[in-house]
Design a protein around this ligand. Structure first.
Ligand code: BES
Ligand code: ZN
Ligand code: ZN
Length: 517
């Protein structure tokens, strides 16, 4: 494609914020930094008096700042104007009032603060630690706001944006300080690695499908793994490899596309390599629905149907820097789902790798066809102690939960609870949906062993998706994350509100780090 973005080198498109993150330093300050821009949370008392929420800051300074900001006429909602006081600058942010995790509140505060200060001439950004929030989470939120995928703008616009960003030192300076907060060097490294992986995941998500196709997804995964160095091995399975493995279910999805599918496998060594955790991502770089074609309106959003796969690659990036207790294997099924004369037709019967036959009654329920083979492959190849799949699997999850949290389903309550805990600990909201035994018969087939959609009009589309996947996990502990509502244009506090949200990266990394074996 001559006029497309096909051969634009992917490294050229890495957002500026990644370079900024690599260079940032976080100094621990005990006092106001001269010339610095201080971002601080504010508490508005019943008497409408402001109180700067930063116990580590001298009380006298806090009082003075509160008074100066009140004098501007600010009412205590959103972000205050920037005031200059005794050689330093202050911006107060009213944290969100809704009940949510401290992680999300911290990130949201950072996002809002960065929006307020990124166009000021900031020489030194100072994060004032609020009583209940961590400065590293605020930093992660700042990184969310600094992300800009300018690579897909016309060259002139992109160059100008890059120049502008450089003139303003990446919009914000690399020198940061925190007043308060007792974080370790390892925690700082983790926050940086996580923020880089989140920006990278968002780039993959936001990329158009004529740039990020399955083949390129494989190339990027291979290069990222190579960069990670020893202890990380990547294999890129081609269409022929899928044929050899007998992945008829996965193959049926890519049949209508001009571009070959890819089976991406990344093995990351852990402390004890005799045990493995498997992370499995749906990587549909475009889902047109196949012969069961989707309606035209909004179809462009289906470039985001690889969000699960992108989050798995993002998690792999972090885990290759922070050694997990077990080996982690990351598996991504990259494919397009397109209509054509060669495409799978509704009613076609395909044979999955585990030998089960599936009647493809609706070619738009393709994510489960890809994951079916990946789950079985992971189970028999690695006997993982835990398998987690992540997928933009059903539109129905938006009906059930909206966009402020994702769904988790599991064949084992302890596993579900472990993931719910990890979600809570990382501020990536998750809500459990049941795999009702009564619905088990819904995916049983008449022509074939299984149908890829429910037999009757049961409506519980997300649960049916989970029930179908359960047929392929064998006796493994498994959890399925349906992230169709949160992967992009998320409404969750502390996530980027438009475009890719990189939902799942933190949650999966934490699950791999915290698993007890
Ligand atoms: N990729 C879609 C699910 C989706 C919908 C993701 C909206 C993000 C936003 C998936 O492949 C799909 O089309 N699912 C069907 C399943 C149905 C045919 C049983 C759906 O949700 O309608
Ligand atoms: Zn679909
Ligand atoms: Zn899909």
């Amino acid at each position: 494609m001559k006029f497309g973005f096909q051969r634009e080198p992917w490294r050229d498109l890495i957002p500026e914020v990644v370079g900024w993150i690599e260079k940032t330093t976080m100094n621990k300050a005990t006092d106001v930094v001269q010339g610095g821009h201080h971002i601080a949370a504010v508490v508005v008392g019943d008497d409408e008096q402001f109180e700067v929420d930063c116990p580590a800051m001298a009380e006298g300074v806090r009082k003075k700042v509160a008074k100066a900001i009140a004098a501007t006429g600010w009412k205590g909602a959103g972000v205050s104007p920037c005031v200059h006081l005794d050689g330093a600058n202050f911006v107060l942010i009213a944290p969100v009032k809704i009940k949510t995790t401290a992680q999300q509140k911290g990130r949201q505060l950072g996002q809002d603060a960065a929006k307020a200060v990124k166009d000021l001439r900031v020489e030194h950004l100072v994060i004032c630690k609020p009583k209940d929030l961590c400065p590293l989470k605020i930093y992660e939120g700042v990184c969310h706001t600094l992300y800009a995928a300018v690579g897909f703008k016309g060259k002139k616009v992109a160059d100008k944006a890059k120049e502008g960003a450089k003139a303003k030192a990446g919009a914000l300076p690399e020198k940061l300080s925190a007043i308060g907060g007792d974080f370790s060097a390892a925690e700082w490294t983790k926050a940086k690695e996580m923020s880089k992986a989140v920006a990278f995941t968002r780039l993959l998500q936001d990329a158009p499908a004529n740039w990020l196709d399955p083949v390129r997804f494989g190339e990027i995964a291979a290069e990222v793994s190579k960069d990670a160095g020893a202890g990380v091995r990547c294999k890129i399975g081609t269409k022929q490899d899928l044929v050899t493995l007998g992945m008829g279910s996965f193959l049926s999805v890519s049949e209508g596309s001009e571009i070959e599918p890819r089976l991406i496998t990344i093995e990351i060594d852990g402390v004890d390599n005799s045990r493995t955790v498997a992370l499995i991502g749906k990587g549909l770089t475009f889902d047109a629905g196949g012969i069961s074609l989707k309606p035209g309106a909004g179809m462009e959003e289906m470039k985001y149907d690889m969000s699960g796969g992108a989050a798995v690659l993002g998690a792999a990036m972090v885990l290759s820097k922070i050694k997990p207790p077990t080996r982690v294997v990351c598996i991504i099924g990259a494919s397009e789902n397109m209509p054509s004369g060669k495409a799978t037709k509704p009613g076609d019967v395909v044979v999955a790798m585990n030998g089960k036959t599936i009647e493809v009654q609706n070619t738009d329920a393709e994510g489960r066809l890809v994951l079916a083979d990946l789950l079985h492959y992971a189970a028999v190849t690695y006997s993982p102690v835990l398998m987690v799949d992540i997928a933009t699997l059903t539109g129905a999850v938006l009906m059930a939960l909206g966009s402020a949290g994702a769904a988790v389903m599991s064949n084992d309550q302890k596993t579900a609870e472990f993931l719910l805990k990890m979600a809570n600990d990382t501020g990536e909201p998750l809500w459990q949906l049941p795999l009702w035994p009564e619905l088990e018969k819904e995916t049983k087939g008449e022509t074939a062993d299984l149908n890829n959609i429910a037999k009757s009009n049961v409506k519980a589309g997300s649960i049916i998706g989970g029930m179908f996947l359960k047929e392929f996990v064998g006796d493994r502990h498994w959890a399925h994350l349906d992230v169709a509502g949160t992967a992009y244009n998320s409404k969750a506090t502390g996530f980027p509100s438009s475009g890719g949200a990189a939902y799942g990266v933190r949650l999966m990394v934490e699950a791999c780090l915290m698993i007890e074996v």
